[in-house]
Design a protein around this ligand. Structure first.
Ligand code: NDP
Length: 446
């Protein structure tokens, strides 16, 4: 088996050299899915996983824009249309200086499995640009978004490819891009999700990824007759996902100890309560400041420059910042400190070695493609509401989100149960694979 997997990886790598994040994501899936393929005749001789590892289409384009000093700047934009077997391409746009083809292909590949798990009819895609919105004025961000959409609009559409937000792309950026799309096409359609409520957005969309990751943690804990009430929680990040993961933890009676950004983390021994979280949301979303400012307002808290929060003792860890932000040593530290549950809000935040530590310690560990699927699930619900020309209430959307997270949990258990332990990684990969692969088989070699 090991040989078959290594041969597959070598074949994929030949075509995708110098793409470490993409290869990391492919390997993780291959290690779980190839043994399943070997046991199931219908997938034999179809080269199905190799087809899934090849994007249906990759678009790369120049994004020129003018900064506030009048200087002309150039960035590179991308859209990866990975797989449309079960629905139109769907996945976020990331604006961050680190964006490259490898990172977007890993995200698009993960997205295919994630979207399949949601039970909604969405294929997988991802896009973005190596543009850093941090420190840019609103005018600069608007001009960049308009230039980006002036090319992207040719490739997307409400029945073709429906982008959403990701790192560096929140409500402000979605608004600027939607405005430009509407102007270019002269039509008001649900071509992006994460829109404002008054112009086609869905209730709970900003909250959905963070809430979903916490609902997933609750589902995992419930298999041990446990729950978040009274638990201490360590969260990384302080952006969209981290903010709403923290909010839901607080609502469920947990104590949130940390938040972070790329400059370090804050630890509040008294817990970050609803008022303190409101302060953080204003700090990050309106003032666009650094998390280190938290300690100016709450002096009992400490800022740890250049560090990640995983050494802080906790019951539950929610990595909600970025890929590969939790390594083997961090995982060992979490295990030694008695952490029982890790639910990923970010995409691929744990390294492969860290995941091995979680499994070895029989921790409840959920990979992002399962536990952070709430965001794209509510994006799917936003698309449904746009098609219906109707809006559901906050309660209705939240109820659907909870039901979807519970369905995803059940799918992971169905394919990942191993004695008294559930391997959610294996469960998510196989459940996602089966849905997409069966659709691809039905549609022939396309
Ligand atoms: P935001 O841009 O709102 O926030 C990102 C947060 O992560 C910020 O606090 C940022 O700090 C921090 N961060 C980014 N890069 C790094 C880095 N290299 N090292 C340390 N910290 C970093 O993004 P989101 O909250 O939307 O996304 C966070 C994660 O969740 C990503 O992995 C994303 O792919 C995933 N995700 C998001 C979904 C969504 O609906 N938004 C859906 C599913 C997954 P700083 O400000 O210093 O950069």
């Amino acid at each position: 088996m090991k040989q078959i997997i290594e041969q597959f990886i070598a074949d994929v790598e030949k075509r995708n050299q110098h793409e470490p994040e993409f290869m990391q994501a492919v390997r993780e899936v291959a290690e779980n899915v190839i043994p399943y393929i070997v046991q199931h005749d219908i997938y034999h001789g179809k080269n199905i996983l190799m087809r899934m590892a090849e994007p249906e289409r990759v678009v790369s384009f120049r994004v020129p824009w003018i900064d506030d000093t009048g200087e002309i700047r150039v960035n590179r934009g991308f859209r990866i249309e990975m797989n449309s077997a079960i629905g139109p391409y769907k996945g976020g746009l990331r604006f961050h200086q680190s964006v490259n083809l490898s990172i977007l292909k890993f995200l698009a590949f993960e997205q295919v499995f994630k979207n399949a798990l949601t039970t909604l009819p969405m294929g997988g895609g991802k896009g973005g640009a190596d543009f850093d919105p941090k420190g840019k004025s609103d005018g600069e961000v608007m001009r960049f978004c308009q230039s980006f959409m002036t090319e992207l609009f040719r490739h997307i559409g409400p029945n073709r490819d429906i982008p959403a937000g990701d790192i560096g792309v929140g409500g402000r950026e979605i608004g600027y891009m939607f405005g430009q799309y509407k102007r270019l096409k002269n039509e008001f359609t649900g071509v992006l999700t994460g829109k404002g409520i008054s112009w086609g957005g869905s209730m709970i969309r900003p909250e959905a990824t963070g809430y979903g990751a916490v609902y997933f943690a609750e589902n995992m804990l419930s298999t041990k007759s446990d729950g978040l009430q009274g638990k201490s929680v360590v969260i990384s990040g302080s952006g969209n996902v981290a903010q709403y993961a923290a909010e839901k933890c607080i609502q469920l009676g947990a104590k949130v100890l940390t938040l972070s950004d790329s400059s370090g983390y804050v630890m509040d021994p008294d817990g970050i309560d609803a008022d303190k979280l409101a302060f953080v949301i204003d700090l990050k979303n309106n003032k666009r400041e650094r998390i280190s400012k938290y300690v100016d307002a709450y002096p009992r808290a400490r800022f740890h420059a250049g560090e990640r929060p995983w050494a802080v003792p906790c019951d539950v860890a929610l990595p909600c910042a970025t890929q590969n932000e939790l390594d083997e040593n961090d995982a060992k530290q979490l295990a030694v400190n008695g952490c029982i549950c890790v639910s990923e809000g970010a995409n691929m935040p744990s390294t492969p070695q860290a995941i091995k530590v979680f499994h070895a310690n029989k921790m409840l560990y959920a990979p992002g493609k399962a536990s952070n699927a709430g965001g794209v699930a509510v994006s799917g619900l936003e698309m449904a509401q746009n098609s219906l020309r109707y809006s559901w209430t906050r309660e209705e959307v939240d109820e659907r989100l909870q039901a979807i997270m519970s369905d995803i949990h059940n799918s992971c258990v169905a394919y990942g149960q191993n004695g008294d332990h559930v391997n959610y990684e294996k469960g998510a990969n196989i459940a996602g694979f089966v849905k997409v692969a069966d659709a691809m088989l039905a549609q022939g070699v396309v």
